[in-house]
Design a protein around this ligand. Structure first.
Ligand SMILES: C[S@@+](CC[C@H](N)C(=O)[O-])C[C@H]1O[C@@H](n2cnc3c(N)ncnc32)[C@H](O)[C@@H]1O
Length: 209
C-alpha cells in the first residue's frame, strides 16, 4: 500500500476541543487538572524515555523536533545532546509548562497534522505517547516526512494506556506504525519493544530516504 501525502484531506485548523473526562486530559492537558497530569507525566516515565531516546541516536550536530512533548521532560533530557531543539504540542498549558522546564527550545502550539515548521528542517523527530491522539496517523507521518531532512530519522513510540490495553495492543500499534511509515515513503523501518510495566512500549524508527 502506498499513500499520496498531497491527496490526504487536511483536518480543520481549529483548536482541539477541551477534554471532557480525566483520561481526556492526557490527549489535551488543560487547566489546573492538565497541570496536575503534566506534572505526573514529567516524573513517571523516565525509564520509557531512556529506551526511546536510545533509538533516536542523537548527536550534537542534530536539529531535533518533538511532537506532543507534554511537560517537556524529554526535551530537557535532550537539552545538552542536540544542536537545536524544537517542539510542537496542541495544548497551550503544556507549551507553558515545558517552556519553564526547557530554556533553549523553540516550542510552538500546533498540530502534529499541520506542523508549523519548514520542509527539511530536522535531523531527528520523536514523539512519545502522543500519536494515539493525532487526528490522522497517515497525515501526521506525512508531516514528519516533510519536516525531516533527507536521511533523517523519526522515532514514534507508544505505550498504550487505555483501559484494557495489553501487550497485544502494543503489538497492534507497532504493526500499524510500521505499515503507515512504509506507506508514506519511509525506509529502513525498525520496530523495538521494551518490557515496561504495565504494558510494553513499542518504538518504531524509520528513515526519510
Ligand atoms: C500523553 S501526553 C504525552 C506527553 C509526553 N510525550 C510524555 O510521554 O510524557 C500526549 C501529549 O500529546 C499532545 N498531543 C496530542 N495530540 C496532539 C496533536 N494532534 N498535535 C500536537 N500535540 C498533540 C498532548 O497535548 C499531550 O501533551
Amino acid at each position: 500500500m502506498s499513500i499520496d501525502c498531497a491527496s490526504l484531506p487536511r483536518p480543520p485548523s481549529a483548536a482541539p476541543a477541551p477534554p471532557s473526562s480525566f483520561r481526556g486530559q492526557f490527549g489535551n492537558p488543560t487547566g489546573w487538572l492538565g497541570w496536575v497530569v503534566g506534572q505526573a507525566m514529567a516524573v513517571k516515565n523516565a525509564s520509557r524515555s531512556r529506551f526511546v531516546l536510545e533509538q533516536l541516536d542523537v548527536s550534537p550536530a542534530h536539529d531535533v523536533l518533538e511532537i506532543g512533548f507534554g511537560p517537556g521532560a524529554d526535551l530537557a533530557r535532550l537539552s545538552d545532546r542536540a544542536r537545536s531543539l524544537s517542539g510542537v504540542d496542541h495544548s497551550a498549558s503544556m507549551v507553558r509548562m515545558a517552556s519553564r522546564r526547557v530554556k533553549r527550545a523553540d516550542l510552538r502550539i500546533g498540530s502534529a497534522c499541520a506542523l508549523p515548521f519548514a520542509d527539511a528542517s530536522f535531523d531527528r523527530v520523536l514523539s512519545i505517547n502522543s500519536v494515539q491522539f493525532w487526528e490522522s496517523l497517515p497525515l501526521g507521518l506525512c508531516e514528519v516526512r516533510r519536516v525531516l531532512k533527507p536521511g533523517g530519522l523519526a522515532v514514534i513510540a507508544i505505550q498504550p494506556r487505555n483501559i484494557g490495553a495489553t501487550a497485544q495492543t502494543t503489538a497492534e500499534w507497532g504493526e500499524r506504525l510500521e505499515q503507515t511509515f512504509g506507506a508514506v515513503g519511509f525506509d529502513s523501518i525498525r520496530r523495538t519493544l521494551s518490557t515496561e510495566a504495565p504494558v510494553p512500549t513499542v518504538a518504531v524508527a524509520a528513515h526519510r530516504p
